[in-house]
Design a protein around this ligand. Sequence first.
Ligand code: AHM
Ligand code: MG
Length: 334
Amino acid sequence: MKTLDEFIVEKQQDFPHATGELTALLSAIKLGAKIIHRDISKAGLLDILGSHGANNIQGEVQMKLDLYANNIFKAALKARGQVAGFASEEEENIVIFEGERAEKARYVVLMDPLDGSSNIDVNVSVGSIFSIYRRITPIGQSVSEKDFLQPGSAQVAAGYVVYGSSTMLVYTTGCGVHAFTYDPSLGVFCLSHEKVIYPSSGCLYSINEGNSIQFPLGVKKYIQYCQEEDADTQRPYNSRYIGSLVADFHRNLLKGGIYIYPNTTYHPEGKLRLLYECNPMAFLAEQAGGKASNGSHRILDITPETLHQRSPFFVGTESMVKDSERFMTLYPNQ
Ligand code: AHM
Ligand code: MG
């Protein structure tokens, strides 16, 4: 059995100039994940269910546990001193960590602390997503928004924790995707899937079909294609949609499939956030041999303009994402 800590130390030996800062930072995320795992598994018992009453800055109902998870990760990251600043789906502005260590810290972290949180009170899987960049602002100065508005291709590491039938932490530092399953009795994440790669073909598609009427024509045509019979391409594909990006992405990564959240009439720019959701998942997808697109362009090439920017999102098995892009090109602007 190899633990996450052992694995990271082993990998670090391949990089003689590594300072261990990224290792410490990942360890802070691991600690936050353990706390949230503990509290989510008791969610029905604790008074942490239900809407907090306030709306988050995207105007959506914010569950209590969203805020809680946000505060846990923020505190864990701040305490380690390896992080200069933090941005989150639950924070309106960037949070600049103060103090001598934070001013010298080389990294900024962006998170969706609790993705799919509306699923908590019906006992369905949720997740936490993280994305790590090297700061651009010189050491010694306070970081600013520009440190956070880097294209996804500049990510140093990214990953997610899925709180499912078991809790797993899946991450990449650009050398493949590795997954660790949490053993609550020991309190450690154990290596369970090394170098995860998408199956070469997939037959799952994940999309909220209830919004079909609002989809762009290219997406409607692609869904029709998924539903047609063709033995050579194993169609019709199976439809699977949990409504938690992390859980849908994780299943498709292991089984082969595509997840789509397109622009709709209700969400003209798409629903998912480029910085907290699309970029980290796109980095993981590419590292696992998959593909991530906004329907026409590579997600990781987009230069963000605002912190809470949204994007249409097509991610998964490379051939499936390519097929969906082909339909988007065949039926443009409709
Ligand atoms: P959230 O970050 O507010 O939880 O929203 C993101 C979630 C994704 O996890 C999920 O895939 C999507 O929203 C579901 O949206 P919908 O209910 O419109 O299908
Ligand atoms: Mg989310």
